[in-house]
Design a protein. Sequence first.
Length: 256
Amino acid sequence: MSAAGPVVRMRDVSKVFTSVDGDRFTAVESLDLEVGSGDIVAIVGKTGCGKSTTFNLLLGLEEATTGSIELLGHDPYREFDWFRSKLGVIFQTDRLLPWRTALENARVGLEILDFSEKEQNDIALQWLHKLELQGFEDAYPHELSGGMRQRVGMARAFCLSPEIFFADEAFGHLDQSTARRLREVFLELVTESRKTCLLITHNIHEALEIGSRLVILGRPGRVLADMETPTNATRAEMAEFEDRVLDIIENNEVVG
């Protein structure tokens, strides 16, 4: 964690869902997590380990059953409106509005924040160009490839200049080559802007490509391990590290 202190702090957080029949299901249990300013953290784990619930808790879409959550010193659930423009979210699918062009989709958040039309266009064009979409500003979603649509979704998030980026399985639906290129672009832009980033993924290789720190979740959602990702590692060393991560996930036991 950076010396500037945590901008994300989860303390002893649990989330229990209750069905209409009264059955209780624990999705997250006693989860502790801190993320420092400028950190790029990848959260990885099996399907059903609580990654999506953790994501929703951090975004203020769900209220924790017990424990406390703070982003930038504020409670994301109780102070939801305070976070307008402070969080940038890149979803699993692009979620573009089909009746709007790439430029019009990219500037949606700026419209909501009442930026002038000139500011909206200037900022949106800047990010569309950084994301290699020159010449496609006036294209509609059905005229774009899956990778290009996801770039528009990324531009929409970057336009807000948020304090924290959240990426939820943002590259998993793309082909391998497109996903790899988009991960490179995303990491370059996040690093350049010195923003904090949390990536949630089931893909260990993707987590290691983007995250400088790896948090492994087990069932029910709790931290099994929290480790720095290798730097300047050989292919063999990286493969060995991936195998270690996979073993931790499969054993579902906390690593001391």
